[in-house]
Ligand binder design. Structure first.
Ligand code: BES
Ligand code: MN
Ligand code: ZN
Length: 511
């Protein structure tokens, strides 16, 4: 297994910017604030900055940068990079995270190692420090690990965050804690990206389970791996049905975090879809984009990486992570369209389409999370192509009940930079899942495809507070953005970890 974390921890620096030695000093600049940006740099670089604003070479638009040598007398940095922030009034954590990531990616491209990112002092200092640490760390992710030319590897960035000159000693201490939190969250996002990017010949269900065992040992989590025999013993016929077509045996990974001093008896159950490759099975997919189905375990990767973050952040609430792992293949023993299989809870399902496999394995995993004592559930899955038709590539589909739980997940996700939007789950949609011969059909036709998929999952949540994140179009970036290269995004990792830390805000929290 060759996955590796490229990230280096992010440190803080206080004092005047002029005194900071660096290859590049990144200064966030807001639209229409040329004077402020130029004044901060005195004459030397300042005049060039003023000229760049003047000629509109740089306007401060989000995602743009302007680099100039730092010739200001008395300044120690080699270069200054202005990073476009957009309007000051619209600045939020996402804006700072993206600006820091854009600065990091630009530095990496040009092989400048020592990058200092100056906080803009537009938001509360801890929010800025965490977001900047996240952005710098996210920029360190590298996905070309199978390339042979070692010289082509990006240089590791030594990211530093410069605090505003006005910061007190207490401010610095708080910012330090926030930056370390940001580093943990983003390094774990990068871990999920590395896992999701692995080819399916490497990342089999058994390989994923081995990584989980290793990660648990390193992080102080408890791990339990259910093999085929135990899965059959528990009658997980939905999961086993999907696994039948593959020569690779299925697994179910269970990771448990137990706090030293629990503040509540609640248990968060995190469930992630772990289809290591999705051919569609007998309902075979078109070959055109099939190679991307190596990422069909991105939900599972997000749960694993979030468990690692939770183990490091140590919230006072118990968390169980469950990842059902299968390869969906059209082998000679594969499920056929029309087959009826029965899950561990006893419900029978008519499999009208073997490509709707994610909901089958998640159904048994949601049931198992309840057996483990989960009181609140969240699942993450690359579940439907239809979610992208509804929401596009930027926004994760969010479903669930009750509304109080869904809206907490929504707020947490949007703050963490995992943009999510709730779609309805009216009971009327249950009609589309009616089967002539079984309790449920596994597909509900083309209308509202991501909603009926979510509605299927709901049947297996036992009425617990439950939220479902459909990341089919957000787990993988098809195009590079200034703040994010093409490839795996690590979506949902920060959301899940932050949700565990926010347990005091959960609805119906037991004592
Ligand atoms: N893994 C796919 C969903 C997917 C599509 C993920 C595109 C990433 C990008 C899932 O298992 C699937 O095949 N869903 C079907 C459901 C249909 C058969 C009801 C789909 O979306 O076509
Ligand atoms: Mn499928
Ligand atoms: Zn799938």
């Amino acid at each position: 297994m060759r996955y590796s974390e490229q990230s280096l921890p992010v440190a803080l620096v206080a004092g005047p910017l002029s005194a900071i030695d660096a290859d590049v000093l990144a200064i966030p600049a807001f639209e229409g604030e040329a004077a402020a940006a130029a004044a901060a740099l005195d004459d030397g670089a300042g005049r060039r900055v003023a000229a760049a604003f003047e000629s509109r070479e740089f306007t401060g638009k989000p995602g743009t940068v302007f680099v100039t040598p730092c010739v200001t007398p008395g300044w120690r940095a080699q270069r200054v990079m202005l990073v476009g922030m957009g309007q000051r009034s619209a600045c939020d954590a996402t804006g700072i995270r993206r600006a820091a990531a854009a600065a990091g990616l630009t530095s990496r491209d040009r092989r400048w190692r020592r990058l200092v990112f100056a906080l803009p002092a537009a938001l509360a200092l801890p929010v800025e420090a965490q977001s900047a640490a996240e952005g710098l760390t996210l920029a360190a992710h590298y996905s070309g690990i199978y390339k042979s030319d070692a010289d082509a590897r990006p240089v590791p960035i030594e990211g530093l965050i410069a605090l505003p000159a006005s910061a007190s000693a207490d401010d610095c201490a708080a910012a330090e804690r926030s930056a370390s939190r940001g580093y943990i969250l983003a390094a774990c996002s990068n871990l999920a990206r590395s896992l999701a990017n692995e080819p399916a010949n490497v990342m089999t269900p058994r390989a994923f389970a081995e990584i989980a065992v290793q990660l648990a040992a390193e992080s102080g989590l408890k791990a339990d791996i259910l093999d085929e025999e135990r899965l059959s013993g528990l009658n997980m016929g939905l999961l086993l049905g999907v696994a039948r077509g593959s020569a690779e045996p299925p697994r179910m990974v269970v990771l448990r975090y137990e706090p030293a001093r629990p503040a509540t008896t609640a248990v968060l159950g995190l469930v992630g879809k772990g289809v290591t490759f999705d051919t569609g099975g007998i309902s075979l997919k078109d070959p055109e984009r099939m190679h991307l189905m190596k990422t069909d375990m991105s939900g599972g990767a997000a749960v694993l990486a979030a468990m690692k973050a939770i183990a490091a952040l140590k919230p006072d609430v118990a968390v169980a992570g469950v990842v059902p792992l299968v390869e969906n293949m059209p082998g000679g023993r594969a499920m056929r369209p029309g087959d009826v299989v029965r899950g561990a809870e006893g419900k029978s399902v008519e499999v009208l389409d073997t490509d709707a496999e994610g909901r089958l394995i998640l159904a048994d995993a949601l049931w198992y999370a309840r057996q483990l004592g989960a009181t609140h559930l969240v699942d993450v899955a690359t579940l439907t192509g239809a979610v992208g038709i509804a929401l596009g590539r930027t926004t994760t589909g969010l479903f669930g009940s009750p509304d109080s739980w869904v809206s907490l997940v929504s707020r947490t996700a949007n703050r963490a930079g995992d943009r999510a939007w709730a779609l309805p789950l009216f009971d009327d949609y249950r009609e589309q899942l009616r089967s002539d011969i079984a309790d449920l059909a596994n597909v509900g036709g083309r209308p509202a495809g991501s909603i009926t998929a979510a509605r299927f999952l709901k049947e297996f949540t036992g009425g617990l507070p439950w939220a479902h994140l459909d990341i089919a179009w957000t787990a993988w970036a098809d195009e590079a953005q200034p703040w994010q290269p093409k490839g795996p995004t690590g979506v949902a990792v920060r959301t899940l970890a932050e949700l565990a830390c926010a347990f005091e805000e959960w609805p119906s929290l037991p004592a």
